[in-house]
Each structure stands twice: as C-alpha cells, then as structure tokens.
Design a protein around this ligand. Structure first.
Ligand code: URA
Length: 208
C-alpha cells in the first residue's frame, strides 16, 4: 500500500482556507469539492491508456483513451458526499456506489446500515471518498464491504488523515492506496483530528 500526501501548492492553499474556524457552509463545501478534484487528478495519474484512431476535422487522428477498469466513486455517508461533485467533475461518467455506516456507541465499531453498489463492481476501480481518515474504522469496514462484493481495485481519497488511521488501514488492507491532502498530527480524546477541520459532515451539511 502506498500513501500519497498531495503537496501541490493549490492543495496547501485551499487547506489553509478550509481550516479557518468560522468558515461558512458554502465556502467549506466549495473547498472540499475543489480539493477532492485535485486529489482525483493525482489518484488517476497512473491509469493506463490505449491508442485509438478517430475521425478528426482533417481525417484520421490517433488519440488516447483510458483502458481497463472503469471507475466507481464510493462516498461514505454522509460526509463523503461533500467530495463527490469534485471527483465527478473530472470523471463524469463514473458510477456511484454508496456505503452508509454509523458508529455503535457501546462497541465504538462501525455498523453498516446501507449499501448500494454499481453492477459489475469487480470490473471497476473504487475511489472511496471520506473527508476524514481518523481511527480508520469506517474505512476498513467500507473496504471489507467492497471486497466482499468482488471489488479488487480500491483507492481512498481524504482531505485529512492521521498516522494511526493510516497504519490501521495499511495493516488490514495493504493493497489499498491512500491519497490525502494533509497528514495531520493526532486524534484528540473524542476521536477528532488535530488540527483537523472539526466535524466535516456538520460543516458540509450546515448542521450541528
Ligand atoms: N470525523 C470528522 O468529521 N472530523 C474528525 O476530526 C474526525 C472524524
């Protein structure tokens, strides 16, 4: 498994803006989408292409088309939806598969309450979307669900992650690559990332 911290100047700049404590819902949403777009650019850099000849304005032209597995985007409800538009801007024909998880407050383990995968998921590369990779519990659960459904090519895109979450996923799913805008310091006692973004779901949806 590889972890890619995307250190592009635009990503750094946008992260600085999205961390502002009094950011509006509109600005948070827009920035989450913009950063997701930049992460998508990185996460698709190694997709293979194949030559094809089309008819251009002046006759036949050799062009390149993406080859092999197509993409399915997998937002983890609900915060992952805040990254979806940015990803679909670059991959407009991607199928969307959805995973809903909540945390059992006694065991603190994620429990799946919804799953709707695109057909032929075994023929697609899954891009899991979640703004925050904290303990890694939800991500591991989502990967388990995708693998159970037959998906063999999985990547995760996150705005912010912490080392302990990354380590957990690396240990349980060493084949899954991670693309993240920032690897932050640590989790606080309530499981929030520091310095982090606060509650990303609340900020995207304007709830409290
Ligand atoms: N989920 C969030 O929304 N924020 C965190 O810091 C951790 C998990």
């Amino acid at each position: 498994m590889a972890v890619f911290e995307v250190n592009h100047p635009l990503v750094k700049h946008k992260l600085g803006l999205i961390r502002q404590h009094d950011i509006s819902t509109k600005d948070f949403r827009e920035l989450a989408s913009e950063i997701a777009r930049l992460l998508t650019y990185e996460a698709t850099k190694d997709l293979e292409t194949e030559p094809e000849t089309i008819t251009g304005w002046n006759g036949p032209v050799k062009v390149e088309r993406i080859k092999g597995k197509k993409i399915t985007v997998v937002p983890i409800l609900r915060a992952g939806l805040g990254m979806m538009d940015g990803v679909l801007d670059l991959i407009p024909s991607a199928r969307v598969s959805v995973v809903g998880l909540y945390r059992n407050e006694e065991t603190l383990e994620p429990v799946a309450y919804y799953e709707k995968f695109t057909s032929n998921i075994n023929d697609r590369t899954a891009l899991i979307l979640d703004p925050m990779l904290a303990t890694g519990g939800s991500l591991v659960a989502c990967i388990n669900m995708l693998k159970k459904a037959g998906c063999t090519s999985i990547r995760g895109l996150f705005l912010v992650a912490v080392p302990e979450g990354i380590e957990r996923v690396q240990k349980e799913h060493p084949d899954v690559d991670i693309y993240v805008a920032s690897i932050d310091e640590k989790l606080n006692e309530n499981g929030y990332i520091l310095p982090g973004l606060g509650d990303a779901g609340d900020k995207i949806f304007g709830t409290k």
